[in-house]
Design a protein. Structure first.
Length: 319
């Protein structure tokens, strides 16, 4: 299997890493199936895909709806013959002290970030198992390994995604499906619209914080994570997609001094952080990949790189 001519399904493709990944795969000649709640935003991405000579299919999808996700997979396979790569990236976030967070909103984060990924994985694996090949990419977060205050729902959801990936990988290993790979992406703070879209019960405007800190630095989140600008409580994009103007790759945070130097956390031998680590069905270990600079689309490029390594490995095994 190769990227050119392959079929890639991306949820959360309307903005951020998902949107950037869609464009990156299109540049490599992939057929890209674009899924998110905002049809108009997806059509914008589809136009960019076509500008890069890629083929794009827009399928508005709410990933909390299992039937809708299964329909997304079926449409992708019917349109392009197969599904080679599935990227779970649709996610929402919530900032606020747990005691002030409505249980309904907490549950919505879990429904989207965890069950949305479960629905995506189930639908993708149905096709991957039948064809005995494929790459599942689960976009998680560094906070899934290093949780932080004021993001209990988001951190818990990302930790669940990490565990989900490991469990799926083990099942594939037990079934001898060596050409079906699971890649887990753990980016640090990335310049996306997430901070403006998130539900917010802090009373302050949420601003990005650096991704990798010593444990004691995490305790400083109240100073680092919030500006002094007052904000009313909001449910953000938990229940409805918001302004089309926020459907973009970046969120306007690029250029911050504290974002210029970053570390990417990775799990080797089965989990890739932004595609940087080895892929496979073996044991899991934590390591630091190194300090890098993250321009707007680097996360997507590295996720693409991880998928490419996995597909290359599958191709070599077939030989």
């Amino acid at each position: 299997m190769k990227i050119k001519g392959s079929t890639v399904v991306i949820t959360g493709a309307s903005s951020g890493i998902g949107r950037a990944a869609a464009i990156e795969f299109a540049k490599q000649g992939a057929n890209v199936v674009l899924a998110a709640r905002r049809k108009s935003a997806l059509e914008d991405v589809a136009r960019q895909v076509r500008e890069h000579k890629g083929r794009g299919l827009v399928v508005p999808t709410d990933t909390t709806d299992a039937d809708a996700v299964e329909s997304l997979a079926d449409r992708a396979a019917a349109s392009f013959g197969s599904i080679d790569i599935w990227g779970n990236d649709a996610a929402v976030s919530l900032f606020g002290p747990l005691h002030q967070t409505p249980a309904k909103d907490f549950r919505q984060v879990l429904d989207t970030n965890v069950m949305g990924y479960v629905h995506g994985a189930q639908s993708a694996l149905k096709h991957f198992r039948r064809q005995r090949s494929g790459v599942l990419i689960n976009v998680s977060s560094a906070v899934g390994e290093v949780p932080q205050p004021l993001t209990a729902a988001y951190s818990a959801s990302k930790a669940a995604i990490n565990s989900l990936s490991v469990s799926i990988r083990g099942e594939l290993m037990l079934d001898g499906l060596k050409n079906v790979h699971v890649v887990t992406v753990l980016p640090p703070t990335v310049d996306t619209p997430l901070f403006d879209l998130a539900a917010n019960y802090t009373g302050k405007r949420v601003v990005p914080m650096p991704p990798i800190y010593p444990a004691q630095k995490v305790a400083e989140v109240n100073k680092k994570h919030l500006s002094e600008e007052s904000r009313r409580s909001t449910t953000g994009n938990l229940y409805q997609p918001v302004d089309h103007a926020l459907a973009a790759v970046d969120g306007g945070w690029e250029g911050k001094t504290r974002q210029n130097r970053r570390k990417i956390l990775g799990v080797s031998a089965g989990t890739a952080v932004l595609g940087g680590a080895a892929l496979g069905a073996g044991a899991v270990g934590l390591k630091i990949i190194g300090k890098v600079s993250l321009p707007k689309v680097v996360a997507a490029k590295l996720a693409y790189s991880g998928a490419k390594k996995a597909t290359s490995k599958a191709r070599s095994r077939k030989k």
